[in-house]
Design a protein around this ligand. Sequence first.
Ligand code: ZN
Length: 101
Amino acid sequence: MPLYDYRCIVCGHQFETRHGFDGPAPACPACAASEVQRVITRAPAVAGGMMTEAGSGGRATKEQLRSKWAEETPKLREKLVSKLGEETVNRYAPSLNANYD
Ligand SMILES: [Zn+2]
């Protein structure tokens, strides 16, 4: 099974875990929060790397990650705000407020 990196939105703990492609995201081992976010620091060996996924050797990878991130982050933030409140999110997950022009 591929190895994935995750970062806990709540406490910032970063960890890695293995699970299937369709497996559910794990809970944070440090604080047991389920608000964890995939961190793409390496390409899953199975996929043969992000280059393969991007389909155009070498270009696009960074941009694709960036746009993916920009797309996912507001959704995640919205979910967290509705659950934890604006103030909590601002305090514990300021990175979600980052501007990804
Ligand atoms: Zn945590």
